[in-house]
Design a protein. Sequence first.
Length: 346
Amino acid sequence: DESAIDHLATVLASFFLIYPHLHIHQRDKYYVAISRLMIALYAKGTALRTLLSRTLFQALTLTCSKYPSLDPGENYVQVFDQPLYKEYSEMWSHLLQPRSIGDLEFPTELRDSIASLVYAELMQSIITMVTRLDLGYKVVKVATPTDSATAAATAQASTNQNPQQQGGDDILDDPATTVVPNVPKDFDLFLNLVEFCKILLPTTCTSFFTKWVYIFGREVIARSSMFPMVSGLYKMLTVAMKLCESERYFAGIASTSSSSQSSSSSLTSSSSTSSSTSSSTMSSSSSDVVMMQLDDGAGDNMTLCFHLFSRFIKEVIQRSQQYKDELLASCIQLVLSTPKEFVSIS
């Protein structure tokens, strides 16, 4: 019943909102209630999937936001000792890996099935957020105070409307330049999203990530091609590469010179697919993401991923020659995290 799902979505959204304000000893009873709710809805066809699709994107947005403000109450904790995404990481960990608490018994098979649904909705929410946030920036060159007393207050800004052409060859060679986001709030959300992914994805339900390597990599690479000076995109891909290595996702693919030559056309098509996908994904719904993920075969995905990442890593190596500071460090970390299957020994 749609009205019942709407009511449950409202209740669940309220829990996500007040979660960081709850005392740590109060949270277990909420975990039990949510686990029982998911067990009940899982037995009712698509009810659980529908509820998750209406609530988890909002929960992810809260996770990556600044501290929510609530009226002080005796049951709420108003002091935070760590960033909000760290407060929420325990909640996400429980949603993905619910444990038996009190008289609640959670059979392993049922737990894995529900966790798979939650993970799928979380991944598509991450991808949706990455594609919706405005990661545009301005490259600002600050004048040195050598000519006059007012020179220090002078800045020359150029809007980065075509980052692929304005890639930074001349910009980053100048140590007096910096990058300023067009929409600071979107950048704050994105930076928190990156840190959240670095905490949760490498430690929770890592085997589920293999189904999302291609679409996750494709969308993040497409955004990186649009905004090459956003270091967080390289950090997200580093997380993906480390997960691929730990799960041996590319095992069985030999990176030889002959295979590299034969796949050059596939690399080109993969790159064009990534670029075209970026603009279409900006307006696509989360259900479209699910359909793309379900329609792609596992074997084909692995091959496409190999070609896609191979080409991108080569581009990153070229880009990094003009980068500096954190941006350079992020690129180096990505290259170093590349699985051994990408290394060709001639």
